[in-house]
Design a protein around this ligand. Sequence first.
Ligand SMILES: [Ca+2]
Ligand SMILES: [Ca+2]
Length: 252
Amino acid sequence: MQEIHDAIIDDKPLKSSIFRFKNNRRVQIISILLAVLLLSIPVYSMYSKYQTPDDEYQRDLQYLIDSDYGSITWSSQSNLELNDQQVFSLAWTNEDFPEEVKEKNIISIYGFIQILDFNEDNEETSGAGCTIDSGEDALDSATLGASIPNREAEIQETQTSTNFYFEFMEYPVFTTYPFITGYTVKEIEDMFETDKDELVGEYNFEITGMVEAGESTFQCDREDPSVTIYYSIEFEWLEVSVIEWNGDSIWF
Ligand SMILES: [Ca+2]
Ligand SMILES: [Ca+2]
């Protein structure tokens, strides 16, 4: 009898718990949340394992960058002679890129003009008074206009030289020094990679000559037939290699 009584007494906490669970909504909710949490831990672990790329370990390594850099001329001329207000135009698309450009990681397009008449103007004089006072050259000038895909068009005017410079890659800044760390090799390489889609489109360049003759003097006329210009349009390319530091001492 005593045993039965003990069993009834021992069974009470269990019955009490079941009763509380059935009747207490908060306990039910906490239990469900706990069950979901316990089930989700292995699922999350499997998901994380699936998501972790094989090169994740590379983030703990240290790297140096080795780079190769150069330029490729698209068009260039050292004696472009223009009359006053004459326009020299180049109209291309990315399909017209030199073959070498298509294979490189292009980081910028650079254009430059120089007015060669600045040092040696080709003004002509005529008249009896020229031997006494021939007057002076007046500076010629030119404008350089450039319009390329995904960038605002530019126009520059100069009596000496000027240029335009369109960049396609922002040089990455690393917070660790002297080594780069915290990234995979692919991530570092991608930072130096230009988006080739940005280069697709039309390219227009224009050079306009503006010829100015010096003032004529007494019985000496001055004329200026032209302005001569050097111009060059070039691509700049950059190729980088990410090198893992092997622990050897290195000179900086
Ligand atoms: Ca002149
Ligand atoms: Ca001239």
